[in-house]
Write a protein that binds this ligand. Sequence first.
Ligand SMILES: Cc1cc2nc3c(=O)[nH]c(=O)nc-3n(C[C@H](O)[C@H](O)[C@H](O)COP(=O)(O)OP(=O)(O)OC[C@H]3O[C@@H](n4cnc5c(N)ncnc54)[C@H](O)[C@@H]3O)c2cc1C
Length: 434
Amino acid sequence: MRHFAVVGSGPAGFYTTEALAKAYGDQARIDILDRYPVPYGLIRFGVAPDHQSLKAVSKRYDKVAETAGVGFIGNVCVGADVSVDELLEHYDAVILAIGAPHDRKLGIPGEDLPGVIGSAEFVGWYNGHPDFADLDPPLDGTHAAVIGNGNVALDVARILSKTRAEFEGSDIVGHALEALDRSAIRTISLLGRRGPHQIAMTPKELGELGHLEAALPLVDLGDFPPVEADQGLEPGQRKSVTILREFNNIRANKPKSMVFDFFAKPLSIEGDGRAEHLIVERTELDEKGGARGTGETYEVPASLIVSCIGYSTPPIAGVPYDDRGGKFLNDKGRIAERLYAVGWARRGPTGTIGTNRPDGYEVAEAIAAAMPADVDGGRIGGEGLKRLLGTRGVKATDFADWRRIEAAEEAAARAGSPREKMVRIDEWLHTLGH
Ligand SMILES: Cc1cc2nc3c(=O)[nH]c(=O)nc-3n(C[C@H](O)[C@H](O)[C@H](O)COP(=O)(O)OP(=O)(O)OC[C@H]3O[C@@H](n4cnc5c(N)ncnc54)[C@H](O)[C@@H]3O)c2cc1C
């Protein structure tokens, strides 16, 4: 019998578990560990609440969790409650699938002023992440700025601009819905250091902006290269750029606007005790396609500034770390003997949910090649881990607990709309009688 610990129950953790379960059948026990008593990582806490069809992928993960030989050990933070070395004592292999939950810093003066928020915090707030339930982002000003030109920036801008009615059918948490409903924000600037051809926004997500009830996307065609240049783009990117260009043809009067401010590099954030505006430098593309400052600066008013410029994986003691990449040092997912990384902890914060599937399968195959199923590794897996956690007073939760929390949330959803997620660890544990 083999014992595997998959640390993290986001997409990467589940795809890896699925692949290991297929490879080993009844010859392995796989425990999925998570710091929270509920699973799915960014599917629960990251993917936008108004994108329910994407969140439905969790049904596939449920099936994996129900597979014989697969267990869930929640409310355990690896690196704090138990070390990786201790896991390696109990398991034949440990696979780190902890994602990249930390916001990258802007690295400019003023970024610690109240009103400047990282996207992990802001997105966590509207998605019911327990760490950010009390964030209380300032929505009392008329101007907000979103820094970054990727899909997360689009999510943030869209959520800031939607009406209450547009959240119907979403699972946005009540505290965020109420606050957004009262929001005074009318102008949302989307700042990107480079131009329209360099965006990392996908057509579907961009296209949505053209159909918002109360907000109009605005572009300046002067920022675009000649339309013939779009032919040189990869088809998906060409589609995105075409959608951007077409925003210029929308004729409508709406109370809110989303202003695409290209070639805009934030230099600093200023304000009297809180963010009031950004100082931005106009840029141009250099020979290598990077952003080069032109020396021209201007102000962008914003009392809420959300930076969406990427994420990093937190280091864990004893695990080799790639400081530049903000992820674990690894070679095709292998960190060291019997220790692996998958998903964002392996590759950094890029790719879609589906990108984590081949990634997880590749690592599972490498493990299966290194550890034959018919050899007993001599370790006792979850039994030993739970004993150890017990001696430390860690209240680990299991699959039945996760189901009880979900049932309580579903009961709350039936009682009112929109769905009310529990947003505090103590609420979760209270539900479980801990
Ligand atoms: C705001 C946002 C929106 C997105 N929207 C989309 C979208 O619409 N479509 C799409 O395809 N992709 C989307 N993505 C990308 C997608 O969410 C990621 O590709 C995917 O979640 C990465 O999976 P992961 O398993 O590596 O990490 P995660 O999903 O982050 O999972 C990591 C898990 O590890 C757990 N964990 C962390 N640290 C520890 C620890 N020390 N001990 C134990 N457990 C730990 C966490 O609780 C979590 O459950 C979005 C990403 C973000 C940030």
